[in-house]
Design a protein around this ligand. Structure first.
Ligand SMILES: [Cu+2]
Length: 364
C-alpha cells in the first residue's frame, strides 16, 4: 500500500513539474514573438564559429610540427629482424589513422563553422542514403580487417614455434627489478615452483628438477646477435611488461600466466654505439606497466654480443650456477638427486672425483 502511495506521489510531482515547465516555455514563446530582435543563439555565435576554424588549423599545424621535429624520439633505429615488419605495420597504421584523423577533424570543426546559425538558413531534410551507408561501413571494415590480419600474422610468428637452436632466457619481473635465468650447460631451463621463491631464489628454481641444477642467474640480459632468442616471461607480484623500443618488442609479465616470444637481434651493442655515435649507449629493458611506486627503477640493460663473444660470456657464466653460488639450497634437493645436483652445479668436480677414485682403486 505504502509503495503505491509513494509511486503515485512521485508520478504526480513529476506531472506537476512537467506542466509547470510547459507553461513557462509557452509563455516565453509568446513573449519573444513580440520581440523582433530575438535570436535563439547567443550574440557571439559567429565568433565561436571562427574559433572552431582557428582551433582546427592550429591543432593540425602543431600536430605536424611536433610529429616532424620529434620524429627522432619515436623513430629509434631498428635492431631486430621482425622489428622491420613491426615498424612497417606501425607506419601503415599511422598513415591510415592520420588521414582519417585529418578528414574527421576538418568535418567536425569546419562544419561547425560552415553551418553556424544564420537567420536565413534552413535545414535540409536528408534522412537516408544507401550508397553512403555501404561505403562508410565497408571501407573502414576492410581497412581495419587488413590491418588486424597483417598484425596477427606477425603476432603468430613471434609467439609461435621457436626456431631450432634458439637461446632460451627466463625473464622474471618483480617489484622492482628483473631477474634473468639461463639454462646453463644443458641448455634446458629447469622447472620452477612459485613456492620455492624467496629473497635469493628470485625465480623459484624447483630443486626437484635435474634440469635446473646447472641454471645460472644474470643481472642483465645478454643475448647473441643474429640468433633467435626465446624469452620466457613471468611476473612475481603484479603485471609488469618487458619492453624494448629498438627491438620493437613488448610483452606483459603476468603473475600466474607465463608469456613468451622470440626475436632475432640484428645489431650488437657495439655496433649501435657506433651507429648512434654514443659510446655510452645501452639497449634497455624497461617495464612498460606502471607497476608501483618503484616502477622507475625497473630499468634493465640488454647487451647484444657477437656470437663468439656471447659463447665466451656464456661459458664463463655457466660456472656460476645458482646452486654453486648458494650451496645452502642443496638441502632442498631430494636425497636421491643430491649427487647429481652437486655434479651438475659444479659444486663437486666430477673429473677430480674420477681421478681420486681411480687413484684409490690403484691402491687396492
Ligand atoms: Cu614493473
Amino acid at each position: 500500500m505504502l509503495t503505491i502511495v509513494v509511486v503515485l506521489a512521485v508520478v504526480l510531482i513529476l506531472a506537476v513539474l512537467f506542466t509547470a515547465y510547459r507553461i513557462t516555455t509557452l509563455v516565453d514563446v509568446v513573449k519573444k514573438k513580440k520581440n523582433e530582435g530575438y535570436s535563439p543563439v547567443s550574440k557571439n555565435n559567429g565568433l565561436q564559429g571562427v574559433y572552431l576554424v582557428i582551433f582546427l588549423i592550429t591543432g593540425v599545424a602543431l600536430f605536424f610540427y611536433f610529429s616532424i621535429t620529434e620524429s627522432d624520439v619515436y623513430n629509434l633505429p631498428i635492431a631486430s629482424e621482425h622489428g622491420v615488419i613491426v615498424e612497417n605495420l606501425f607506419s601503415i597504421t599511422m598513415w591510415v589513422t592520420v588521414f582519417v584523423f585529418i578528414v574527421t577533424q576538418v568535418f567536425l570543426f569546419g562544419f561547425g563553422w560552415k553551418y553556424r546559425y544564420k537567420k536565413e538558413n534552413k535545414a535540409a531534410y536528408y534522412p537516408h542514403n544507401n550508397t553512403l551507408e555501404v561505403v562508410w561501413t565497408f571501407v573502414p571494415a576492410l581497412v581495419l580487417a587488413w590491418l588486424i590480419i597483417s598484425g596477427l600474422k606477425q603476432w603468430n610468428n613471434i609467439t609461435g614455434p621457436v626456431p631450432e637452436g634458439a637461446e632460451v632466457v627466463e625473464v622474471m619481473g618483480y617489484q622492482y627489478a628483473w631477474a634473468f635465468r639461463y639454462p646453463g650447460k644443458d641448455k634446458e631451463l629447469g622447472n620452477y615452483n612459485f613456492r620455492m621463491i624467496d629473497a635469493i631464489n628470485a625465480v623459484g628454481i624447483d630443486m626437484g628438477d635435474q634440469n635446473g641444477y646447472d641454471d645460472f642467474m644474470a643481472t642483465q640480459l645478454v643475448i647473441p646477435k643474429g640468433k633467435p632468442v626465446h624469452l620466457q616471461i613471468r611476473g612475481r607480484d603484479v603485471i609488469h611488461s618487458v619492453y624494448n623500443p629498438h627491438f620493437r618488442i613488448q610483452m606483459n609479465a603476468v603473475p600466474g600466466m607465463p608469456t613468451r616470444f622470440w626475436f632475432t637481434p640484428t645489431v650488437s651493442t657495439a655496433e649501435m654505439r657506433e651507429q648512434t655515435k654514443n659510446p655510452d649507449f645501452n639497449y634497455e629493458l624497461v617495464c612498460n606497466k606502471i607497476c608501483g611506486k618503484g616502477h622507475y627503477s625497473m630499468r634493465g640493460i640488454v647487451t647484444v654480443l657477437e656470437q663468439d663473444e656471447y659463447n665466451t660470456w656464456y661459458q664463463e657464466n655457466q660456472q656460476n650456477t645458482f646452486l654453486k653460488q648458494n650451496p645452502g639450497y642443496l638441502s632442498k634437493v631430494p636425497e636421491n638427486l643430491k649427487e647429481a645436483a652437486r655434479i651438475a652445479s659444479g659444486i663437486e668436480n666430477i673429473k677430480q672425483k674420477q681421478q681420486v677414485t681411480s687413484i684409490l682403486s690403484g691402491f687396492k
